[in-house]
Design a protein around this ligand. Structure first.
Ligand code: OXD
Ligand code: MN
Length: 591
C-alpha cells in the first residue's frame, strides 16, 4: 500500500520483533472491515447485536482487570526527566524501549499483525496529522475505523514524508503487572502493551491526539487540548464556536451535544457539535484561533446516557456502534446500562458475561451493576443528529471563547470571565474538581487538574503554561475570551442549584454576548461575573435570589482557594511562569 521507506522499515522492525503469522494492511474498505467483523464474531471477540434494532452494532467484553485508563502505568519517556515534568511518570527512553520490546517479543506468534494507517483530522487537512498503528487486535482495528479516518488514502496523503506517529500495540497476556502505556514524544512513538481497553490501545486518542500532539504543538506553535468544540447558532443563522475543557465526570459530551431549552429552540437557537473530547487549535491566516476535532467518532461513557440526559449521544449509538462492557439483553439481543431507561432487562448477561436480572442490583454496590461504570460506546460522529457541517471540512472553526470548568460545590460561581488572556491561563492552571461518590476514595476532595490535561500533557506542565501564555501573545486582541463555569454549586442541603444540561445554554448565551460586548457584568476579585438579570431565566423555575446565590464570590472561601493554588504551584518550581505567580499575587491582593 505504500513505498514510504520509513514506514516499511518500521513495519519490518516490528514484524521481526513480534513474529506474526501474517500481516494485514487496513485499506479502509468496507469489505475488509466486514470480513474482520465476521472473524471477530466467529472467535467470540465480538457479539453481533439485533440487526433490526441496532444495525451494524456489536458488543465486546474486555477482561475484568482491563476496564479503564491506567494513569499509574502511563509514562512520558523523554531524554531529560525535567521535560516530562512533575505531573508525569518518567522513564529514560532506552530503558523503556528495552523493557517494552522484551515484553512484546514474539507475542504475535499465531496471530495477525494489523497495520492501520490513520489520520487525526480530515485526511489532507492542514491541521491533520498521520499515524500508523500496529496491533494484534481486531477490536482495535474496528474501533480505530470508527474513531479515526483509516486506510490507503492516508498513506497516499503521507507519500514519502517521515512526519507520522508510530503506534505499536501488543495485547500480550493482558497482564496488569506488565501493562505500560508509553509515549516517546521525541521520537513520535507510542507503545502500549498488556491492555486491550480503548483508552489504552486506541492510540490515536489520548496517546497521540493529546500526549504526543501537545508536545508537537509546543514545538510547532499550536495547541492540542482536552476540549469539546461546539457551535452556537443564533436566530440570525450566525454560528459562534466555543471550546471547553472539563475533567472527567463533569458532562463534556452532554454539553457538546446539548439541546437548548424550548423557548430558545423556538426562537431559532441551535447547538452544533464539532467534537466532544479533543481540540487541535492553530492560528489561522486571519490571526484568529481555529480548531478541528481530530477524531471521527465518540468514545463515550454509556451509563447515565439516556434520551433526557443526552438524546443526541444516544441517537449516535443506534447504528454501526461498538459497545464495550455493557449488559446484553438476551430477550432481544440488544444492550442495556444503568441509567438508560427504567426497564432493566429481566433476562440478561452483565458486562462480564454472567447471568443477571434486576433483583441482583444493589445501588450502593457497583459490583452488582449490569454494565461496568466505565462501559463505553464507540459511535461514528456522522450518526450524531447535531453534528456540525464544519466537522469534516478540515479548515477548522474560529474559536470565540474558551471555557474551563470543574465540579465545585461552594467556591466557584456559575460563570465568570477572566480579566485577560493571562488571567484566563491562570484560571486554567488552577482548575480543580471535587471527587464524587462515583469514584473510590474520599468525597469532595479537590483535585487540581490544569486545563483538564493532568493525565494528558505530554511534557512539563510548567512549559505547557508558558506555551499557553505565548499563544496568547501571538493572538493578541484576536485571542478568544476565556471563561470559567461551574454547573455544580450546591445549596445548604447539598442539592445542585443550577439545572444544568440544556439550561447551560443560558450561560453560553451570556458568554457569547460578552464576546460581542453585548452583556453586562460586575467586576470582582476573580473576574467578571454576570449580574443576575444578565442570565435569561425565561421558563425556568428559578428566582433572582437563587441565581444570585450561585453567582457570589465569597472572599473567605477564595482566600482559602488562593492558598491552595499557592500550594499547587509549588510543584512546578522554576518552571512556573512568573506571569502566573503575579496573577496569584494580584488575586490575593484583590481579595
Ligand atoms: C477520558 C476519556 O478518560 O475521554 O477523558 O475517555
Ligand atoms: Mn476525555
Amino acid at each position: 500500500m505504500t513505498n514510504n521507506k520509513n514506514v516499511l522499515t518500521w513495519i519490518n522492525e516490528m514484524k521481526e520483533l513480534v513474529k506474526p503469522d501474517q500481516v494485514m494492511w487496513i485499506d479502509g474498505s468496507e469489505e475488509q472491515l466486514e470480513a474482520l467483523r465476521a472473524t471477530a464474531v466467529k472467535t467470540g471477540e465480538m457479539i453481533k447485536l439485533n440487526e433490526e434494532l441496532l444495525p451494524g452494532c456489536y458488543l465486546h467484553r474486555t477482561r475484568p482487570n482491563d476496564v479503564a485508563r491506567v494513569e499509574d502505568r502511563t509514562f512520558i519517556c523523554t531524554t531529560k526527566e525535567e521535560d516530562a515534568g512533575p505531573t508525569n511518570h518518567w522513564c529514560a527512553p532506552a530503558e523503556m524501549y528495552k523493557k517494552l520490546y522484551d515484553i512484546a517479543r514474539g507475542s504475535y506468534q499465531g496471530r495477525t499483525m494489523y497495520v492501520i494507517p490513520f489520520s487525526m483530522g480530515p485526511i489532507g487537512s492542514p491541521l491533520a496529522k498521520i499515524g500508523i498503528e500496529v496491533t494484534d487486535s481486531i477490536y482495535v482495528v474496528l474501533n480505530m475505523a470508527i474513531m479515526t479516518r483509516v486506510g490507503a488514502k492516508v498513506l497516499d496523503t503521507l507519500g514519502d514524508s517521515n512526519d507520522w506517529v508510530r503506534g505499536f500495540h501488543a495485547s500480550c497476556d493482558i497482564d496488569p503487572e506488565k501493562r505500560y502505556i508509553c509515549q516517546f514524544p521525541e521520537d513520535n512513538t507510542i507503545i502500549s502493551v498488556n491492555s486491550a481497553y480503548g483508552g489504552n490501545v486506541l492510540l490515536g486518542k489520548k496517546c497521540f491526539a493529546l500526549r504526543i500532539a501537545s508536545y508537537q504543538g509546543w514545538k510547532e506553535g499550536w495547541m492540542a487540548e482536552h476540549m469539546l468544540i461546539l457551535g452556537l447558532e443564533n436566530p440570525k443563522g450566525e454560528v459562534k464556536y466555543v471550546a471547553a475543557a472539563f475533567p472527567s465526570a463533569c458532562g463534556k459530551t452532554n454539553l457538546a451535544m446539548m439541546i437548548p431549552p424550548k423557548y430558545l429552540r423556538e426562537k431559532g437557537y441551535k447547538i452544533w457539535t464539532v467534537g466532544d473530547d479533543i481540540a487541535w487549535m492553530r492560528i489561522g491566516p486571519d490571526g484568529r484561533l481555529y480548531a478541528i476535532n481530530p477524531e471521527n467518532g465518540f468514545f463515550g461513557v454509556a451509563p447515565g446516557t439516556n434520551e433526557k440526559s443526552n438524546y443526541n449521544a444516544l441517537e449516535s449509538t443506534k447504528k454501526n456502534t461498538i459497545f464495550t462492557n455493557v449488559a446484553l439483553n438476551l430477550d432481544n439481543n440488544t444492550v442495556w446500562w444503568e441509567g438508560l431507561d427504567k426497564n432493566p432487562p429481566e433476562n440478561a448477561l452483565e458486562w462480564k458475561g454472567n447471568p443477571w436480572n434486576p433483583s441482583m442490583f444493589v445501588k450502593a454496590d457497583k459490583s452488582t451493576y449490569a454494565a461496568h461504570p466505565n462501559s463505553r460506546f464507540t459511535a461514528p460522529a456522522v450518526n450524531c443528529p447535531c453534528i456540525s457541517s464544519e466537522f469534516d471540512k478540515g479548515a477548522g472553526v474560529p474559536i470565540s471563547a474558551i471555557i474551563f470548568g470543574g465540579r465545585r460545590a461552594k467556591c466557584t460561581p456559575l460563570v465568570y470571565q477572566s480579566k485577560s488572556w493571562e488571567n484566563g491561563v491562570f484560571i486554567g492552571s488552577a482548575m480543580a474538581s471535587e471527587t464524587t461518590a462515583a469514584a473510590a476514595g474520599a468525597v469532595g476532595v479537590v483535585r487540581r487538574d490544569p486545563m483538564a490535561m493532568l493525565p494528558f500533557c505530554g511534557y512539563n506542565m510548567g512549559d505547557y503554561f508558558r506555551h499557553w501564555l505565548e499563544m496568547g501573545e501571538k493572538l493578541g486582541d484576536k485571542a478568544p475570551k476565556i471563561f470559567n463555569v461551574n454547573w455544580f454549586r450546591t445549596d445548604d442541603e447539598g442539592n445542585f442549584v443550577w439545572p444544568g444540561f440544556g439550561d447551560n445554554m443560558r450561560v453560553l448565551n451570556w458568554i457569547i454576548d460578552r464576546c460581542e460586548g453585548k452583556a453586562d457584568a460586575t467586576e470582582t476579585a476573580i473576574g467578571y461575573v454576570p449580574k443576575p438579570e444578565d442570565i435569561d431565566l425565561t421558563d425556568l423555575d428559578m428566582d433572582m435570589e437563587t441565581l444570585e446565590s450561585i453567582l457570589t464570590v465569597d472572599s473567605e472561601t477564595w482566600k482559602k482557594e488562593a492558598a491552595e493554588i499557592e500550594e499547587h504551584y509549588k510543584k512546578f518550581g522554576d518552571k512556573l511562569p512568573a506571569e502566573l505567580r503575579k496573577q496569584l499575587e494580584t488575586l490575593k491582593a484583590n481579595l
